[in-house]
Write a new protein. Structure first.
Length: 381
């Protein structure tokens, strides 16, 4: 029988940075970056029990030695290191190089103004940008594992321009600081170039790269009447996977990703939608609203139906609403919350407003890695 080439084990020295949180609850692993011998490599660690040791090495800028790691040839100019169950880490005293809070030559990215000149096809790039503003927070589902993950949209800028960047999963990012992002995707969205991190993105805090352009992000806070709503409900399992065709009256539901049956009561409902808002003066506007903001003004019971959610929105008084880039980031709480029940108290059929646009137009732009699709659910009410 033909056998593939034997993977050679090697030892590497350097400094750790960008240690990620644990990923994948089924087969946990985490990622990090390793500065060594004049380059920066991506490290995938498959020993979750050593996560704290890696975090401490990063925190104290310890010089480390990684033994028995697998380091194949570079792919797409990026060097990868695989830290497996055979690998070990130890701290060393003296290296010929100190930790550099600067970038290797190959990590100097493309300017944002240059991205605007590129063809509109999705592509991966490296950028060095300043975080100007946190625009909004939300959640969406990954296509490959149907995993429900958080994302944050930032306004980022360099000396040549500014854009919106969607950062997936919880990352330690501070407004006002500069960062190097590798393997971010760019795509034309409604005639506008946007950026998104991917599963291969590394994020490194870097020194100031100079003066960023002045950015005026339109943020307004006004009083609005909610005159239209199109809510969407998404059900997820305890492992944060999307549950297809969940029936609330059924005692259990099967998660194809976890390969296990869960009690239906253990599922979690997430709500998003688009609102039509009428200001005191001016034209009606449309804005997207996410689960966290919705629950700040409406108490939602687990068995609430779509009709009941619509009724609750329509019952809200005039609201003070803060909007950034057509996304609602804050709604002032009403004087008395509307607790949503099963909807049996009202059997009136409501005409659901058809969405003018796809509700999930804020999804990551990288096809095959991230995707958001309209969700269809079987509800009992």
């Amino acid at each position: 029988m033909h056998q593939g080439p034997v993977k050679k084990l090697k030892t590497v020295h350097g400094h750790l940075c960008n240690v990620s949180p644990l990923k994948d609850s089924e087969k946990p692993y985490f990622e990090a970056s390793l500065q060594h011998e004049g380059e920066c490599s991506s490290v995938m660690v498959f020993k979750p029990e050593e996560h704290m040791e890696f975090k401490n090495a990063e925190k104290f800028r310890s010089q480390v030695m990684l033994r028995n790691v697998i380091s194949p040839h570079k792919t797409n100019g990026t060097s990868k290191v695989y830290y497996t169950h055979k690998s070990s880490m130890s701290c060393v005293r003296d290296l010929l190089h100190a930790f550099r809070n600067t970038l290797p030559a190959e990590a100097h990215g493309i300017q944002l103004s240059e991205l605007l000149k590129l063809d509109p096809k999705p592509k991966r790039v490296i950028i060095n940008v300043k975080i100007i503003l946190e625009e909004s927070k939300g959640n969406n589902v990954l296509r490959d594992r149907r995993r429900y993950l958080p994302n944050t949209v930032y306004t980022v800028a360099d000396s040549t321009g500014f854009m919106s960047l969607t950062v997936w999963c919880q990352k330690e990012i501070t407004v006002g600081k500069w960062y190097n992002f590798t393997n971010v995707t760019t795509v034309q969205f409604k005639g506008k170039t946007t950026l998104s991190t991917t599963k291969d993105t590394n994020i490194l805090n870097i020194p100031s790269q100079g003066t960023a352009v002045d950015v005026e992000v339109p943020i307004e806070s006004m009083k609005y009447d909610i005159i239209g709503v199109n809510p969407k409900m998404l059900f997820i399992c305890p492992g944060n996977h999307e549950l297809k065709d969940l029936i609330l009256s059924s005692p259990s539901v099967y998660c194809v990703s976890c390969k296990i049956h869960y009690k239906t009561s253990a599922s979690i409902m997430k709500i998003s939608g688009r609102l039509h808002l009428k200001p005191e003066t001016g034209e009606i506007i449309r804005a997207r609203v996410e689960d966290e903001v919705i629950r700040s003004v409406i108490a939602v019971k687990p068995d609430a139906s779509q009709n009941v959610i619509i009724h609750a929105f329509m019952a809200l008084p005039t609201m003070q609403i803060t909007i950034s880039n057509n996304v609602i980031v804050k709604m002032e709480e009403s004087t008395s919350q509307n607790t949503l029940s099963t909807g049996k108290e009202s059997q009136t059929s409501l005409a659901v407003m058809e969405p003018v646009e796809d509700l999930n137009d804020f999804s990551p732009p990288d096809p095959g890695i991230f995707s958001s699709q309209p969700q269809k659910r079987k509800l009992t009410h």
